[in-house]
Write a protein that binds this ligand. Structure first.
Ligand code: ZN
Ligand code: ZN
Length: 291
C-alpha cells in the first residue's frame, strides 16, 4: 500500500469510527494529500554530514543539524502555500476568510512568502509578530499555513539525513536526533518498541520503552496513563514529575492503515482530557490549528 492509499484508508476508517471528526478530517486529508504530492516536485541537494562532524555529534548526543539548516524548495513551497489556502477556503470554515486574505496578500506581494518561511525556520518570533500585525491575522494561523507549506521540504531533508544515522547506535532520547525538536506523538510498533515522531521534521526514532521521555523519570508512582475502552489503540502517558503528557498509538492494538499525522489531529479529545487534568503538551503544535 502506498502512502496516499494509507492516508485515504485511515481517514475513511477514523471518520466512520468518530463521525464528529468528519469536517476536521475532510480538511486535513486534503492538506496531507497536497503535502505528499508536492514532495514529488521538490528538488533539493542532500545535506551532507562530514564523517568527523557526525562522530562528534553522536559522541555528544547532539542532533545532526539545527532546524535553521533545513533547505526549502522555495518555488514548490510557494505553490503549495497557494494550494493550501484554496483547500482551507473550501474545507475549513473558520480559516476560509483568512486563507483568502493570505493568498491575495502573497500574490500582491504585500508580504514575502520567503520571509515567512525563513522566519519559521529561524524561529524569528518578532518577524512573525510583525506579519501578524500587517495582515491582521493571528500568528498561529500564519504559522500553520507557512509551516505546512515548507513541511515537505523539511521532510525530504530529514529523510536524507536519517541515512547518516542508519548504521549508528540509537541514542533513545526525548528529542529528535536529526533536528533536536521535541516529539508530538509516540507509537508502539508490533514488537512493543516505543518510537517518537518529531513535531518539526517528522523523523521517527526509537526511544526508551518505559518512563517519561521528557524528564526521564521512571518512578512508577509518577508515571500514569489513561486510555478508553472504545479506543484501545490510543494511550496518553502523563508524568507527575514534569507534568507533561504525550499521546501514543499502540500498533499492536490497531488493525488498519496508520498515517501518524492523521492520528494526531483526530485525537484532540485526548489532548483536551490531559490538559484538563493539568498536564502540558510539550511538542509544539505547528501541525494543527484548532478549527
Ligand atoms: Zn526533527
Ligand atoms: Zn516527566
Amino acid at each position: 500500500m502506498n502512502i496516499i492509499e494509507q492516508l485515504e484508508q485511515s481517514t475513511a476508517f477514523i471518520k466512520k469510527a468518530r463521525p464528529s471528526y468528519g469536517p476536521i478530517l475532510d480538511f486535513y486529508q486534503q492538506v496531507f494529500l497536497a503535502q505528499e504530492k508536492s514532495k514529488d516536485d521538490i528538488s533539493l541537494p542532500a545535506i551532507c554530514m562530514e564523517p568527523d562532524l557526525l562522530n562528534i555529534k553522536m559522541k555528544n548526543e547532539m542532533p545532526l543539524i539545527d532546524q535553521s539548516e533545513f533547505l526549502i524548495d522555495m518555488p514548490v513551497a510557494e505553490q503549495l502555500f497557494e494550494h493550501l489556502c484554496d483547500i482551507a477556503s473550501d474545507f475549513a470554515p473558520q480559516l476560509s476568510s483568512n486563507a483568502r486574505i493570505l493568498k491575495k496578500a502573497a500574490n500582491n506581494h504585500t508580504f514575502s512568502l520567503q520571509t515567512l518561511f525563513l522566519a519559521i525556520l529561524n524561529n524569528q518570533d518578532s518577524a512573525l509578530h510583525d506579519l501578524s500585525k500587517l495582515l491582521n491575522i493571528q500568528e498561529r494561523e500564519i504559522v500553520f499555513f507557512g509551516y505546512a507549506s515548507i513541511a515537505p521540504s523539511i521532510r525530504i531533508c530529514s529523510e536524507h539525513l536519517a541515512q547518516s544515522l542508519s548504521d549508528k547506535p540509537d541514542l533513545k532520547k526525548g528529542y529528535c536526533p536529526i533536528c533536536g525538536n521535541l516529539p508530538d506523538f509516540a507509537f508502539f510498533d508490533k514488537d512493543g518498541k516505543r518510537f517518537l515522531k518529531c513535531c518539526f521534521c517528522a523523523h521517527e526514532w526509537l526511544t526508551i520503552r518505559m518512563g517519561c521521555i521528557f524528564c526521564k523519570n521512571k518512578d512508577k508512582e509518577n508515571q500514569q496513563y489513561f486510555f478508553s475502552n472504545e479506543e484501545k489503540e490510543y494511550r496518553v502517558n502523563l508524568c507527575d514529575n514534569c507534568h507533561k503528557y504525550i499521546k501514543a498509538v499502540d500498533l499492536r492494538q490497531m488493525n488498519r492503515p496508520f498515517y501518524p499525522k492523521l492520528e494526531q489531529v483526530s485525537t484532540l479529545h485526548l489532548d483536551i482530557k490531559a490538559i484538563e487534568q493539568g498536564y502540558a503538551n510539550s511538542g509544539s503544535c505547528t501541525n494543527d490549528v484548532s478549527l
